[in-house]
Design a protein around this ligand. Sequence first.
Ligand code: NAD
Ligand code: DAU
Length: 338
Amino acid sequence: MTTLLVTGGAGFIGSNLVRMVAATGQYRLVVLDALTYAGNLQNLEGVIDGHRVIFVHGSITDAELLSKLFADHTIDAVLHLAAESHVDRSIASAAPFVETNVTGTLRLLEAARAASVRRFVHVSTDEVYGTLGPEDPAFTEETPLQPNSPYSASKAASDLLVRAFVHTYGMDCVTTRCSNNYGPYQFPEKLIPLMTLNALEGKPLPVYGDGRQVRDWLHVEDHCRGIMLSLERGRAGEVYNFGGFGERFNIDIVRGILEATGADASLIRHVTDRPGHDRRYAIDPRKATSELGWHPVHSVEKGLADTIAWYKENAAWCENVRSGAYLDYYAKHYGTSL
Ligand code: NAD
Ligand code: DAU
């Protein structure tokens, strides 16, 4: 059976991916995660079985650990999702983003190359393309890289390292660039879970600036299918964009959350804008559709309603994340403190 290494598998997208792939029974999965504040092993509750789905606690920056991991588990392919992912945190402090997203990706590429893995799927972001004006065409794979935040600069740097490993060493890598994801298990520092939990708790909803920035929302399940199609059908060395045809103003997303939760519009607070805030992202996913047969199946309206319902129904998960109790999960279940 093919063994996949999934980095960042305890995070939002990684855990949705692990759940989706584990349910098919088609692959053996080794999950590598450093369990930073964004990693939550509760996201994989009932999935890690030590046999078909194995968890390894460690960092992609640790070359020694990586070399042992590739040797011990005979990894066939890598799905690389581990990253520092939050733009606001990168503005507050850029160094961890360079360490994990750039140095970590380099170490992982080196270890994967040394182990002669068959394919390396690098999960990147539409933010590497920079920002769009209201009438600009959506990002294609040919759009020049113009990252604007320390986060997107670190992701663009990792994309270029992947490109260099393809060009220089002939490594089989595929890069995916995706728009804003939403869905279950997303850490409540990102717009949709933050606004949903605040609305449910009657707390203020901090909208940056005028709230008329545009994001192209994609349900996480649609993204995860795109990652697996990139693994199974993508052409070596290529980049594939994934987007949800889901462009919405932030303020409209927030109003939708208010409506779905029954919270009062007076909770909205327009606060100081994010420095260097990208105004609009939009993805043209036609290459993924024509080459991989991919298209998004979730509409933003239904997907958002389902997502809000998930946060309402999973009050214990929300409470553990809000209180920080989730950070003790590893120690409780694996017996060692982090
Ligand atoms: P996340 O922050 O929820 O999860 C990141 C995971 O990586 C966490 O489990 C964390 O513990 C782990 N991690 C961090 N540093 C690590 C290290 N040094 N070694 C090992 N593990 C480490 O992020 P996410 O939203 O799930 O994003 C996953 C990937 O998808 C990232 O590469 C991100 O850039 C990309 N992406 C995210 C979105 C989005 O909307 N969330 C959109 C496009 C692309
Ligand atoms: O486009 C893909 C990217 O989407 C991913 O690469 C990133 O990892 C992911 O974090 C996300 O980046 P954004 O900065 O777009 O996501 P965030 O949820 O932080 O913000 C979405 C929009 O909402 C953005 O315009 C900023 C705004 N916002 C965000 C927060 C947290 C607010 O107005 N208020 C807030 O409190």
